[in-house]
Unconditional design. Structure first.
Length: 208
């Protein structure tokens, strides 16, 4: 069994600062695709995003490896179907397939990103789509970080359980393509696009 590192800490079941720029785009994508019904959240943390999605009318199921996060989620949102688990588990075998999978600010934390991407692909129904976000990296942002001396703070080397992978549009697209997912939309959010805090990727699984 793959070891899962779960040092990410949750003080409560509330939204965090990154959700101020992630959540509006997530909701817009879900609205624009006229989506309803079942949805799976991979890396549901403390349940705060799952609760927001549930309020939009979705039947949400989610997993997170953090026992602390799931404990907060179950206390605050007992009506939601949130469980302890990880991208390294056979989630499709346990929960089935879904028309939509959401995974926000997770892929930068995983040791085995190809297993993560395959899990998303397996969770999706044919023709289903995934909404994935991760901190954005690109030439101009990296240059600005270097010039301003903020590389150390950005790369979080001293944060136990912090970011261990740093994704660009190109590398995340390649990762998802290997798992049979086609990237159809990328939005950079949180600042002007060249210096964006995060990127949100919409990827579709082929019908056959």
């Amino acid at each position: 069994m793959t070891e899962v590192f779960t040092a990410y800490k949750y003080a409560n079941a509330q939204l965090n600062a990154s959700h101020s720029y992630l959540l509006p785009v997530l909701k817009n994508i879900l609205h624009s695709r006229d989506s309803t019904g079942r949805l799976f959240e991979l890396g549901c943390g403390n349940g705060s995003i799952a609760s927001q999605i549930n309020q939009m009318g979705f039947d949400v199921t989610g997993v997170d490896p953090s026992d602390e996060g799931i404990a907060h989620a179950r206390m605050q949102y007992p009506h939601l179907k949130l469980f302890q688990g990880s991208a390294y588990d056979d989630l499709a075998e346990t929960f089935g397939r879904f028309p939509v999978v959401v995974s926000l600010e997770v892929v930068e934390h995983v040791y085995f990103p190809r297993k993560y991407a395959r899990t998303i692909g397996n969770l999706l129904e044919p023709g289903g789509f995934a909404i994935i976000s991760t901190p954005y990296h690109g030439y101009w942002k990296n240059l600005a970080l270097a010039i301003t001396g903020k590389m150390d703070a950005h790369f979080t080397a001293l944060w136990d359980g912090g970011h261990i992978k740093f994704w660009s549009v190109k590398t995340l697209t390649e990762l998802l393509s290997e798992a049979g997912l086609e990237v159809v939309r990328v939005e950079r959010v949180g600042r002007i696009p060249p210096l964006a805090k995060s990127m949100i990727v919409l990827a579709k699984k082929a019908v056959s």
